[in-house]
Ligand binder design. Sequence first.
Ligand code: ADP
Ligand code: MG
Length: 334
Amino acid sequence: MRTCLLIVFLILCGCNSHPEDPVVIQGMTMGTNYSITLGIQSELSIEEIQGEIDTLLESINQQMSTYIEDSELSIINQSNSHEWLEISPELFKVISSALEISQLTGGAFDITVGNLVNLWGFGPDDTHSIMPDDESIESAMRASGYLNIELQTQPYAIKKLNSDIYLDLSGIAKGYAVDRVSEYLDEKYLSSYLVDIGGEIRTKGEKRNEQPWRIGIEKPLAKTREVLRIVTLVNEAMATSGDYRNFFVKNGIHYSHTIDPRTGYPIRYNLLSITVLDQSAMVADALATALLVMGPEGSITFAENNEIPAYLIYSDGNLMIERFTSQFIPHINE
Ligand code: ADP
Ligand code: MG
């Protein structure tokens, strides 16, 4: 069963429309919505900016999507070769960052979970609600593990030490795309913006009224759209991973689309949402997924030890509990 978004971000701006209101560009990419809010006028027309951003996003998708059969990533996934396979600098950057985050998080974030993601029905074939048997989980586990891939530069290339490895960049590519769109806006000298792709956000500068960008985080699970916290972002990125966005229920058990690479099973925590801040949306995106895997206790300890601004919401019976790391507290607006 797919659920709709229960964690929604509000871009808080004035209620009455005014010629000086921010300009919003919206569209679809990577199976989700994107929206770009510009706080200042541009020399370029909005149509021109949107056209260039759409082209950029399409090219990222053509490199990194497992949903596109002839994407650069899919071709690597289909290859049985143990030799070096040349890759684009963009794919190199995302895969090498993903490997660094795997190392940092002790494998909680791992892009080689692809076979497990597909087995549990959260991949391109979308078969969820079919329970895999233990044998298939074990065999998918054998064809996973970030130590099974190697990278090299000059030329940029990847080697699969186990040719069955299947890479899945869904936990990091949206964040990477947010960074690329932000860099594009920087190149166009647009010094005030908020970029949002499916809840992964990055901001620069201030809004037109010289107010910082503020993001509302709604109460997860609430039927009413109640803002729980307002987070202020100044030239930084924010990512949220939520267990309630994409899951299925079988025999009363909730199976998340986030897989614990160390067990091969979907995570089974009472964590409702995790929000992470970083300079890079790509890093924030991957860290949010990693913290979700670590669970309520492990994630907060890890984030404190590594000075990561993180905010989590989990349920304890009927109670909803919030926890922040000390680095997150200065960002809370109210
Ligand atoms: P959320 O929707 O919770 O924000 P993301 O979209 O960032 O999560 O990433 C979830 C996707 O990442 C999954 O659908 C799956 O394709 C992939 N994935 C699942 N578990 C992991 C993991 N442990 N490490 C890396 N990627 C994962
Ligand atoms: Mg993620």
